[in-house]
Every structure is written in structure tokens, then in C-alpha cells.
Design a protein around this ligand. Structure first.
Ligand code: ZN
Length: 281
């Protein structure tokens, strides 16, 4: 009898250990930031815990849906928060398809007067589907557990009609424990960058390179200020020569790890809840 109890005890301990490791592997990392390979456009999916997703920009077409399917948990059909940096097609067009497939919680998008058939269609579709749309301006914050999304720009009260929606770019900083990432949308971080943006640029671990790494996407002053460890260029086949040699050279000189989605595919930064993080491709 004693032997039986001893065996039962050992069996229980072993079962607990196996269950612990099974649960740990199925839960995966607590925080995952995936810079999706969506071609010539931007889309970054951030997963918090098991079932909360934040999407920053939505890519240029329905390729984003395939990329999302690769990243999303198979039984999760909701994306809780979507941020739209600005209404150019390579950042918003994917959302038209996403709305057909996923339950979308809140879309953060500033109401810019901007003439474009795709933007008009999106605004109409969001209204028709009763999706919650909120503004997100300099100083706005979204907190989900230990993850924060902070807005640096636009810092104006009135958004006036514009031919260049880049003027009202939503610039975001995402933080989780040791990870911090700057999402400047397409706002070129060079030249006459308004002091209000420049003075708020603190060092980050990751910078998403603006505007597919065009000339002037980022300059050495800003890189010094940000001192990022990782730079990620979302880019696809294009006729503009993006990313340009000049920008690539500058990044390779100043940043330890430089990735581009056309060559490296989707880049994932994963972190456990203890703050340790790594890169997965
Ligand atoms: Zn743009």
C-alpha cells in the first residue's frame, strides 16, 4: 500500500510538471510584435497575452489577411484595436478586407479631410458597420495591462483640409517592459522635423523606418537621438528604389540590426512576462 501511495505521489508530481510545460508552450510569449510582410505598405500586429490584438496600419491590399492568419491564434477572430497612421492607400486599404473577416473593436483614426476613393469607402464602411472610431492625438494613451500606446503627433486641435495627410501623421510609441518601439507612420524623421516632435523623441529599442526607407526617411541626428538597437523597413517590390542606398547605408552604420520585410519576411519581436525578449523570423 505504501509503495502504491509513493508511486501515486510520483505520478502526480510528474503530471503537474508535464501540464505546466504543455500550458507554457500553448500560451506562448506574453507580448509579440509582428512587422508583417505585406509588400509595399505598413502593417504591424501586436499581440498582448492570449487574445488581445493591436494592429498599427493595415497594409496595401488583402495580403494583410493572409499575414494575419499566420499570426493570429486559430480560435481568435477579433482584433481589439486598430490604429490608422494616415489615410494613404498603402496603410488603409487592407482594413476594407479585415472588416469582412474579423470582429474589429475600436479604430483610432483622426478625421482628415482628404480626397481619395479608398479613404471615402473606408469611412463609409466603418460607419455602416457601426465600428467605434476614436481620435488619437498627441498625449493620448491606450493601456492594456503592461502595454502602453502613446501618441506623439498630431498635436493640433483643428485638422484642416490637406493635400498632404503626412502633416497629420499619427506617430506612436509602444512600450512593454524592456521593449519600446517608435511608429512614425510615413513621417520622415529628417530635415525640418517640428521641434514638438523632435523634443519628444526618446531612445527606443526598435524604430519602424518611415516611408519604406525612402531618401530622407531618417537622418543621422535622429538616429543618434533614438539610438535604436533594431530598425525595421517594411517594403515590397516597388518602382521608387525603396529602400534607397543612402538610407540603407546610414541604417547599417548606426543600428545593430536592420531588417527589411521584402528580404527577411515578417519580423517578430517576442517577449515573456519577465521582460526578456528575442527576435523570431
Ligand atoms: Zn503615406
Amino acid at each position: 500500500m505504501k509503495r502504491f501511495i509513493k508511486l501515486l505521489f510520483i505520478f502526480s508530481i510528474l503530471s503537474c510538471v508535464v501540464i505546466f510545460f504543455l500550458l507554457k508552450s500553448s500560451i506562448g510569449p506574453y507580448f509579440k510584435m509582428s512587422f508583417l510582410n505585406v509588400g509595399q505598405g505598413d502593417a504591424t500586429l501586436i499581440q498582448v497575452g492570449l487574445y488581445t490584438q493591436i494592429l498599427i496600419d493595415t497594409g496595401p491590399n488583402n495580403i494583410t489577411l493572409s499575414r494575419l492568419a499566420e499570426e493570429m491564434p486559430f480560435n481568435d477572430h477579433s482584433i481589439e484595436y486598430i490604429f490608422i497612421s494616415h489615410p494613404h492607400a498603402d496603410h488603409i486599404q487592407g482594413l476594407l478586407d479585415i472588416l469582412d473577416v474579423y470582429n474589429v473593436g475600436t479604430v483610432f483614426m483622426n478625421p482628415i479631410v482628404y480626397e481619395s476613393p479608398i479613404y471615402a469607402k473606408l469611412v463609409e464602411k466603418l460607419a455602416y458597420m457601426n465600428i467605434i472610431v476614436r481620435q488619437f492625438r498627441a498625449g493620448s494613451d491606450l493601456m492594456i495591462g503592461d502595454v502602453s500606446v502613446h501618441c506623439l503627433w498630431p498635436n493640433v486641435d483643428e485638422l484642416t483640409p490637406t493635400d498632404n495627410p503626412h502633416d497629420y501623421m499619427m506617430i506612436l510609441v509602444v512600450r512593454y517592459k524592456k521593449i519600446s518601439a517608435l511608429f512614425p507612420g510615413d513621417y520622415e524623421l529628417s530635415g525640418n522635423l517640428p521641434e514638438l516632435i523632435r523634443s519628444h523623441l526618446d531612445p527606443v529599442v526598435i524604430v519602424k523606418v518611415p516611408h519604406q526607407g525612402s531618401d530622407g526617411a531618417i537622418d543621422s541626428d535622429i538616429l543618434m537621438r533614438l539610438s535604436p538597437d533594431i530598425a525595421i523597413i517594411p517594403v515590397g517590390p516597388n518602382k521608387y528604389g525603396h529602400p534607397t542606398r543612402e538610407t540603407l547605408d546610414l541604417l547599417h552604420r548606426s543600428v545593430r540590426l536592420v531588417f527589411r520585410t521584402d528580404k527577411d519576411g515578417t519580423i517578430r519581436i517576442v517577449s515573456q512576462s519577465d521582460g526578456s525578449y528575442g527576435i523570431m523570423r
